[in-house]
Design a protein around this ligand. Structure first.
Ligand code: AMP
Length: 585
């Protein structure tokens, strides 16, 4: 008998979304009430004197804003197996390990069924909107997804990256089937113990099912670029495997080998076809549609720290649309991309008002306004009061605060977002940057976005020579007097000293923060230094994070390496091939 396939009713998902966002304020109150009722017996809330109250006003009066550091002792007790309810009413059975790429060390956060459900709600919502504009047929998805090692905490809880917790959940596979986006690789590949081997096998599976592939995706765009860069190196080996029907000896894990053996049959025609296609490409332009003729789009988070990979992704994609995936974190989801036809650079995320209770700390302009209103100088040192979801204003920037079903209450996520508009009464947010990724020496404050823009500008100079910056990072060097910014670049080939000196000057001139420019002019900040690192340096950084338990699916290159991240700084500094100082000021 044929298996009955449950297909997602996209019209219903869209209708539900429209209804729910009509009165987002009411849904937010109701969501907060449910969170506090379900978890009111948890020790954390009990100690704050809410006494059963569930309204936003009492909640804000009693519950402080916190960071991960504040909650760490509570989360550790949960991980250690504390018997009583600490953060949530129901016991937490799983821990998510965040990538920790910005702070340098992975963080523990609780994960539970409710967070799984909100994950699926986000996936379904964006899929429904996406599928209306870019319908996919019943095929397969080439998904570059990887699981981290699952460990057990002292208290016996399972701990893995948030994405691994999602991929392992039986609901995930069901949901992917309903969205006609089932991964073409077997579980043994996704959960394989070595990401290099998994990546090779994902590519091989993609080629075996090349005509069926409807979309190419990963959690973050970085992994897609990494996959096709790897393809450039291993394509001949992949063709050999397909021709002979025998898997390369580089795949050593028996479970992965036997799963792949079930798919791999000798297919010389396919091997010839791929060889012909690859040989016909110019500098791998349009590789993705060439290999997968029925691909409808490429999907993954493409905003924020992923933007620098877009150029390379477009090169591989040619005219296949790039669609940014949703906005969330190990701590919980925030919004879905309901405007899939916008290019990734303009992607926004509509907040789903029933997946958590959201507040927003106004930044920049609002702060000045508050200061003028108060006329009080001491107010200068205070952070403005957070506003509610429906009180945010278009065009303004905020830090996101999450309260959710996973035991986080008024948790400062550390992300900066800008409100671009409203869908019904819920805001559509653009991701701006991490709040704490900042280069600062004097009165300057250069954000992750400032750094990205400066690098984008300077890379134009090497693009003329058909070269690219594979990856980059930065730090502030205060061992010199005055201190100065250091930018690390890994480049795809040899560039002359002359051009690199020009790049260095361009970087220095492209930091637009007023504090930076004025400090440079009076030499309160020294000349910017460009350090070119050897090929493979950023791979070493990735390996370092994978060793700490991060999964490739969630990896983000640390853009600014702070003093707490000395291992990464050491990798960068040990691999410097050349350095240049700016003469721009
Ligand atoms: P992690 O908890 O390690 O998965 O990292 C979550 C962080 O990734 C978020 O706090 C954001 O800084 C970043 N992130 C997640 N989704 C997006 C997105 N759609 N655009 C830009 N950055 C994102």
């Amino acid at each position: 008998m044929l298996e009955k396939k449950e297909i997602l009713d996209v019209e219903k998902v869209i209708r539900d979304f429209e209804v729910m966002t009509k009165d987002a304020e009411k849904v937010q109150r109701e969501t907060l009430r449910m969170i506090l009722e379900e978890n009111g017996c948890a020790e954390y809330l009990q100690n704050l004197g809410l006494n059963g109250r569930t309204d936003p006003e009492s909640f804000k009066a009693c519950v402080p804003l916190v960071t991960h550091k504040d909650l760490e002792p509570c989360i550790q007790r949960v991980a250690d197996g504390a018997f009583s309810p600490i953060l949530t009413g129901k016991p937490i059975t799983t821990i998510s390990i965040s990538s920790g790429t910005t702070q340098g060390k992975p963080k523990f956060v609780p994960f539970n069924d409710e967070l799984m459900e909100t994950t699926l709600q986000i996936f379904r919502t964006s899929f429904a909107f996406r599928n209306k504009e870019f319908p996919i047929e019943n095929g397969r998805a080439l998904q570059f997804i990887y699981s981290s090692k699952q460990i057990k905490t002292k208290g016996g809880l399972f701990a893995g990256t948030a994405t691994s917790n999602v991929f392992r959940n039986s609901q995930f596979r069901k949901a992917m089937k309903a969205m006609q986006s089932e991964c073409c690789s077997p579980d043994e590949v996704i959960f394989g113990p070595d990401f290099h081997q998994s990546l090779y096998c994902h590519l091989l599976c993609g080629l075996i099912f090349h005509e069926e592939i409807q979309l190419v995706s990963s959690t973050f765009a970085y992994s897609i670029v990494l996959a096709f860069r790897t393809f450039e190196q291993v394509w001949e080996e992949l063709c050999d495997d397909i021709r002979e029907g025998i898997l390369t000896s580089r795949i050593t894990f028996p479970s992965v080998r036997s799963a792949m053996a079930k798919l791999l049959k000798p297919n010389p025609e396919l091997a010839d076809l791929i060889e012909k296609k690859c040989s016909g490409l110019s500098n791998w332009y349009g590789l993705i549609p060439e290999l997968f003729p029925n691909v409808k789009y490429i999907y993954g988070i493409m905003t924020g720290s992923m933007e620098p990979y877009l150029k390379k992704l477009r090169h591989y994609a040619a005219d296949v649309p790039l669609i940014s995936a949703d906005y969330g974190s190990s701590e919980g989801w925030i919004g879905a991309n309901i405007n899939p036809s916008l290019p990734p650079e303009s992607a926004t995320y509509a907040v789903l008002p029933n997946i958590g209770y959201f507040e927003f700390i106004p930044l920049k302009e609002n702060v000045e306004e508050h200061m003028q209103d108060s006329g009080n100088v001491s107010f200068l040192s205070m952070e403005p009061k957070p506003v509610d979801l429906t009180e945010v204003r278009v065009g303004e920037e905020y830090e996101v605060i999450i309260t959710n079903f996973g035991g986080l209450y008024r948790y400062k996520l550390g992300d900066v977002v800008k409100v671009m508009g409203f869908r019904n009464s819920t805001p559509e947010l653009k991701f701006v940057c991490r709040r704490n990724v900042m280069l600062a020496i004097n009165i300057d404050k250069s954000t992750e976005q400032d750094l990205q823009l400066a690098v984008e500008e300077a890379t134009k100079l090497i693009a003329k020579e058909k070269l690219e910056v594979i990856d980059f990072s930065s730090n502030v060097d205060v061992s010199t007097d005055p201190g100065h910014y250091v930018i690390f670049w890994e480049i795809s080939g040899e560039v002359s000293d002359e051009v690199l000196t020009e790049c260095c000057n361009c970087l220095d001139r492209s930091f637009v923060d007023g504090g930076y420019v004025s400090s440079r002019k009076v030499d309160a900040i020294g000349p910017l230094e460009l350090r070119v690192v050897r090929r493979g340096t950023f791979q070493k950084i990735l390996d370092h994070y994978l060793g700490l338990g991060t999964a490739l699916s969630q990896f983000k290159t640390p853009r600014c390496v702070g003093p707490t991240n000395n291992k990464v700084l050491q990798i960068l500094c040990d691999n410097v091939a050349k350095n240049y100082f700016s003469t721009a000021f």
